[in-house]
Design a protein around this ligand. Structure first.
Ligand code: M6R
Length: 588
């Protein structure tokens, strides 16, 4: 949610900021802006839209600057609400939500101060300006002490134009020394370069970047030291000349599954994780969105194979549900980004209540990795498209590996996970046929995805994918539940996608298919059983390779990801950057 970047050094700041913003665009892309200063004059350029809209600002002169790409929270999408915000001598960019902004603004208005935007961020600029008396760091510290909520800030003062001050509370921030200057950003790739020394700021900490000196301060204002973080320069390399990242990322699934198995076999972290898992009698999972669906898939496998009771909670519900954390609970937090605010808050609460926390995360050094007792990294590599695809499959193979290991400790025979990479490649090849299904979806009013057991988990994910990038209302449903209400929504030509990968309950799902077909639905089938493809109710089908039914979402989701992709493209959308969404959801 919002990307921030800052630079102070020998080079011209504007090109550095714009390049950094391109790498942060996944965090939000409704408006964008930079502010640069050459010590004399301050220039602010803000536009609605994506980073390319401020290409014209590259030539603005100044060796200090800050930039922002926005995902609107407080205040609509407008140039006024775009960052940077300035008040008197203070200019800032902010990522997060200030929960007491209304109250603070009320007090500032009563003092006669004027506001030009609807944002909570502008309130912070006022607080800092009011607290400023020649010491920017002190003013930022005093202003932050009045804030409730989340923030990552990069601030400069036109009175001290050789200095940037940064602060962090529940929103990620990286600060560092590059070859020719000091840098700050929401995420590593925006500032990573060879030999750069990068540091993460923790909640409540501040950084002062001045000349070529980088100083860190605790919440109490004491100087603190920090260890550099390691980073992989290639992680930021996401240049690609193809049409859409989402399509490329689906194609990478076999490679990701292969890498995941190798990592699991070789990584000592996994064995630590397994030791804990093997002693656990009860598992709670917290996650959001696609990661929540991965959690549902693990529950299904863990309970059916290992008989370990497993509860899956939507993180935003868990954090306010006064959850029971029984002694010996293992909490598994699943997150691609490792920065999802709701998941992080759920983890904090569970830890406070005594849970042992294992994080299944894709992004290194993300906030969740620092909170967890043990981290299991998924091997998806960098995922650029907002819609999660390969990261879901990477989560599944990591989670199923856990179930496989628990089973072996319990002396239960678990199905084998081998060969899934090859089968995923076959599935991608076969599923290309879903492109021919798109005419049925493009003009539809709504669509439904149904299945039972693990197939229902795949149905939920298929439905989320479709609505997220095609903007077509869609529901994922337990096949047996359709007749309890939702069947009323089926009209002639309503597309219904059924997923059938478990022999013992296949006919039960087919009952729901027939009920929908009788009401005029057009039925599409994803299955590993040839005979169902030939049923008269089925308009079109994808026959995926057979795999153990408890693991089947790893394959059955692929045609659904492709269906969402092709429908999105056919509806004229940008599947990589769906409206109103961002890749990393760092606010509540
Ligand atoms: O980074 P996380 O895995 O924690 O993100 C959770 C959700 O925001 C995310 O999975 C979202 O639902 C996806 N964009 C869906 O494709």
């Amino acid at each position: 949610m919002c990307g921030i970047v800052g630079y102070i050094g020998k080079k011209q700041a504007a090109p550095v900021l714009i390049e950094g913003l391109y790498k942060l665009e996944y965090r939000g892309y409704d408006s964008v802006g930079i502010a640069v200063s050459d010590g004399e004059e301050l220039r602010i350029v803000k536009r609605i839209g994506r980073v390319k809209e401020i290409e014209c600002a590259r030539r603005e002169r100044g060796t200090v600057g800050i930039g922002h790409t926005r995902w609107a929270t407080n205040g609509g999408v407008s140039v006024e609400n775009a960052h940077p915000h300035s008040y008197k001598n203070i200019v800032l960019v902010h990522n997060g939500i200030i929960e007491n902004a209304e109250k603070l603004k009320y007090d500032l208005l009563a003092k006669g101060e004027k506001f030009y935007s609807e944002t909570d961020s502008e309130v912070i600029a006022h607080l800092i300006a009011d607290a400023y008396s020649g010491d920017l760091l002190g003013a930022v510290m005093r202003a932050c002490s009045q804030l409730t909520g989340s923030y990552a800030l990069a601030v400069f003062s036109t009175d001290e134009p050789r200095m940037l001050v940064c602060a962090r509370m529940h929103s990620p921030l990286i600060v560092g020394k590059a070859k020719e200057g000091l840098v700050v950003a929401s995420d590593i790739p925006a500032v990573a370069e060879k030999d750069a020394r990068l540091y993460t700021l923790n909640d409540g900490e501040f950084a002062k970047l001045e000349g070529d000196e980088l100083l860190f301060f605790s919440a109490a204002g004491r100087r603190i030291g920090k260890d550099t973080i390691e980073f992989d320069l290639n992680e930021g390399c996401v240049e690609w000349n193809g049409r859409h990242f989402m399509r490329k990322e689906i194609d990478e699934i076999p490679k990701v599954l292969q890498a995941s198995r190798l990592e699991i076999e070789n990584d000592s972290c996994f064995s630590d994780f397994y030791k804990v898992l093997c002693q656990t009698e009860y598992i709670q999972i917290v996650a959001c969105g696609t990661a929540y669906h991965s959690g549902l898939c693990l529950k299904s496998a863990m309970e059916r194979i290992c008989r370990v009771p497993t509860e899956v909670c939507i993180a935003s519900e868990y954090r306010y549900s006064d959850p029971i954390v029984a002694k010996g609970t293992l909490l598994i937090a699943i997150s691609q980004s490792g920065e999802t605010a709701d998941t992080i808050a759920a983890v904090r609460l569970a830890k406070k209540r005594g849970a042992y926390v294992a994080a299944v995360v894709n992004v290194r050094y993300s906030s969740l990795t620092r909170l967890a007792d043990v981290v299991l990294y998924t091997q998806a590599g960098r995922e650029v498209a907002v819609a999660a695809t390969k990261s879901f499959n990477a989560q599944l193979i990591a989670l199923y590996s856990i179930a496989e290991t628990v089973a072996s400790v319990k002396g239960v025979k678990a199905p084998s996970l081998t060969g899934l990479a090859r089968k995923a490649a076959e599935t991608i090849a076969i599923s290309e046929t879903v492109r021919s299904w798109t005419p049925y979806f493009v003009g539809a009013k709504s669509a439904y995805f149904i299945g039972r057991g693990a197939d229902m988990c795949a149905a939920l994910e298929g439905s989320l994918k479709l609505k997220e990038i095609s903007y077509l209302p869609s529901e994922g449903y337990a096949a047996g539940e359709l007749k309890h209400g939702t069947l009323a929504l089926i009209e002639p030509y309503t597309p219904v996608v059924a997923i059938i990968t478990r022999r013992d309950i296949a006919q039960k799902t087919m009952n729901a298919v027939r009920e929908a077909y009788s009401r005029g639905a057009v039925i599409f089938l994803v299955t590993c059983f040839k005979e169902f493809c030939d049923e008269k109710e089925v308009t079109a089908s994808v026959l995926i390779p057979k795999c153990p039914p408890d693991y089947s979402p790893i394959l059955s989701v692929i045609p659904l990801q492709l269906l969402a992709y092709y429908t999105s493209v056919a509806r004229g959308n940008d599947p990589d950057k769906p409206r109103n969404l961002a890749k990393s959801v760092t606010v509540e």
